[in-house]
Design a protein around this ligand. Structure first.
Ligand SMILES: [Zn+2]
Length: 435
């Protein structure tokens, strides 16, 4: 398939035409033409390299009532993503070569995005024995990111061994930093609001203590550590200290932790119940500044679909998590671009090049250069709309943004030369699967 994009604004601010053929950027320049190409007029649109999510829950196998590889891939494409890293807390757990190969091949079959499975650190996420890390790394899925996400690898000896193991093949341990004893029964951020509402508090130190321990373990092991969903100002300080010391640590922040605060729990609306919890405004400001100064490397969605019945219930009974793929770019624009803290070239880094580099995913380091894989997102930052279920394409609707006006609209997504979204609409599954 040949695609001609005219008048797109690249992340560096220059305007260009792009000709996409045979899966790569074939030509770049002005007044390009191609007789039989699918033409996209991109005047006024921001071109970004295809977005890469390092933290997605696709729920298949095992929880297909919440999401499948297909529906999650469609949600991702609609949000401008061309690659996602699928977390391991499926059923069966992604802790063997067989399961990770199955998930990767489902993703490849559907074709909306590249699906890279994350391998579990411990068997069954039980925190007791290391999983078949080497076998998953050597499998056809070539796993490089390992995480028990949803649970913390809280045993220091296991964490040390996991770090030492992945170092041998340049893998990374992505830690869900949550000290389990300090968060037993916790419902929301521990502070003024939790005290007023009478909800069990989730102290900042439960996250910070694990990050502090893990950066030291990573240093001792000489291994790469990635910290999932950093949510507190104190965590930012620890990551900043570790980077200054030369420790191989990277960190992510979610869009929701860049925009929303614990004040939203006051309505007891469980759409705002998430792990780690929404924090104070001071934390939100610290996270934005850390993303701007590079202390936090990337934005990752932590897209966590849940069925209606586990969200439309009492706060204490509700599941933790929010869907986030379709809203991520809009929330990043509102939180840190419109405020002037990040440029579009920064956005390209934190939502594409840097997450690809952490996941050791090829094809994202030379975006928009002739010969490089054509992963392209075209985005209209001037659009505005009230976010509603029409924006959602997965199986679950647990978005905290429903009814809220957000900026921006993904107009087109191109994955390896194949359009997955055109004119703001997802293309048909059979067309995309044919390539
Ligand atoms: Zn997590």
């Amino acid at each position: 398939m040949t695609v001609l994009i005219t008048g797109a604004t690249l992340p560096d601010g220059t305007t260009t035409d792009l000709l996409i053929d045979k899966g790569v950027i074939a030509e770049r320049g002005s007044a390009l033409s191609a007789a039989k190409a699918t033409k996209i007029d991109a005047s006024g649109l921001q071109a970004l390299p295809g977005l890469v999510d390092l933290h997605t829950h696709l729920r298949e196998p095992g929880f297909e009532q919440s999401e499948t590889v297909l529906t999650g891939s469609r949600a991702a494409a609609a949000g401008g993503f061309t690659a996602v890293h699928a977390m391991a807390n499926t059923s069966p757990v992604q802790d063997t070569a067989g399961v990770v190969e199955q998930v990767a091949s489902l993703g490849a079959q559907h074709g909306y995005v590249t699906v890279r499975p994350v391998g579990a650190v411990t068997v069954g996420l039980d925190g007791e024995r290391l999983s078949e890390i080497g076998a998953m790394a050597q499998s056809r899925a070539a796993v490089r990111v390992f995480s028990d996400d949803g649970r913390c690898v809280h045993d220091a000896l296991l964490m040390r061994r996991a770090l030492e193991y992945v170092r041998t093949f340049d893998g990374v341990i992505a830690q869900h930093a949550q000290e389990p004893r300090l968060t037993d029964g916790a419902q929301m951020h521990e502070g003024v609001v939790s005290a007023e509402l009478g909800l069990e508090g989730w102290p900042a130190v439960a996250e910070e203590a694990i990050i502090a321990r893990d950066v030291l373990l990573a240093e001792a092991a000489g291994a790469r550590l990635h910290v999932c969903h950093v949510s507190t100002a104190g965590s930012v300080d620890i990551v900043r200290w570790a980077k200054a010391r030369g420790i191989g640590v990277t960190a992510e922040v979610t869009p929701h932790h860049l925009l929303l605060t614990d004040e939203l729990a006051r309505g007891y609306d469980a759409r705002f119940k998430v792990n780690p919890p929404l924090r104070r405004d001071e934390d939100v400001q610290a996270l934005r500044a850390a993303l701007a100064d590079g202390t936090i490397d990337i934005v990752a969605t932590d897209h966590a679909p849940h069925p209606l019945e586990s969200k439309e219930c009492a706060w204490q009974e509700a599941s933790f998590g929010m869907v986030g793929l379709e809203s991520a770019l809009s929330v990043v624009q509102q939180a840190v671009v419109d405020s002037g803290q990040l440029s579009w070239s920064d956005v390209a880094r934190v939502l594409s090049a840097a997450p690809a580099a952490i996941g050791r995913l090829d094809g994202y380091d030379d975006a928009f250069t002739v010969g490089s894989p054509a992963h392209v997102t075209l985005y209209d930052p001037a659009a505005r709309s009230v976010f509603d279920t029409g924006h959602l394409h997965g199986k679950s609707v647990n978005s905290p943004y429903l009814g809220r006006e957000l900026p921006g609209r993904v107009v087109a997504t191109i994955h390896g030369g194949v359009p997955t979204v055109l004119d703001g609409e997802l293309r048909d599954a059979e067309e995309v699967a044919r390539g």
